[in-house]
Ligand binder design. Structure first.
Ligand code: C5P
Length: 208
């Protein structure tokens, strides 16, 4: 692979989104928030009354739902859902959606297509370095003290979302399909006491 792919994985509130966006901007690469894709499928299920635990129905829904995640927002079946995918309801529903291996299959394929179409890029998520792009140029695994992560989330999305963080991380780490984990060759970056700029510099410094 000669395109540059930067994989940024880690739990909620580790700073992935802010860092991934800044790294992409600095290097002139496209950025993809893969969490927004899983959130979009969960939102589509809520809108259409599909039970998120119904594996067959969710697999079908993932296939037929058009999801656009880009610099101008998140669009689900053409509807601007940039804010709608961040609600507490969607944050709860996304766990079941993301633990469905067939939903993941659809999303991973789209993420790989995105890499090809953009000639590389910065992808953030839970399984980028392990599943989506094991051959990524750079793999960063961001971690942070749980207390600090909860504070960051609360500042960004309010207390309810922050309180739900631990449940989500536990579910993401213990699920059978592509659990959240550090790839063997990923560089772990503890962001607890680092500024965003410092984390960005560490990631950019890893690019050969
Ligand atoms: O990144 P964000 O917190 O918005 O992701 C929402 C949820 O989507 C995560 O809690 C996780 O369950 C799921 N996810 C995933 N794999 C990814 C990105 C997100 O399972 N690559």
């Amino acid at each position: 692979m000669n395109e540059t792919v930067i994989a940024i994985d880690g739990p909620a509130g580790s700073g992935k989104s802010t860092v991934a966006r800044a790294v992409a901007q600095k290097l002139g690469l496209a950025h993809l928030d893969t969490g927004a894709m899983y959130r979009s499928v969960a939102l589509a299920a809520l809108r259409k009354g599909v039970e998120t635990t119904d594996a067959d129905a969710m697999a079908k829904l993932a296939k037929k739902t058009h999801v656009y995640v880009g610099p101008d927002g998140v669009f689900v079946d053409g509807v601007d859902s940039t804010e709608a995918i961040r609600t507490e309801e969607v944050t709860k529903a996304v766990t079941a959606a993301a633990s469905n291996p067939r939903v993941r299959e659809v999303m991973v394929e789209r993420q790989r297509t995105w890499i090809t179409n953009n000639g590389g890029g910065v992808l953030e998520g839970r399984d980028i370095g392990t599943v989506v792009c094991p051959g990524a140029t750079v793999k960063g695994y961001l971690v942070a003290d749980a207390e600090v992560r909860a504070q960051r989330r609360a500042a960004e999305h309010g207390d309810a979302v922050a309180n739900d963080m631990r449940r989500r991380d536990r579910a993401d780490s213990t699920r059978e399909a592509s659990p959240l984990m550090r790839a063997d060759d990923a560089v772990e970056i503890d962001t607890t006491n680092l500024s965003i700029d410092e984390v960005v510099d560490v990631v950019v410094g890893l690019v050969p």
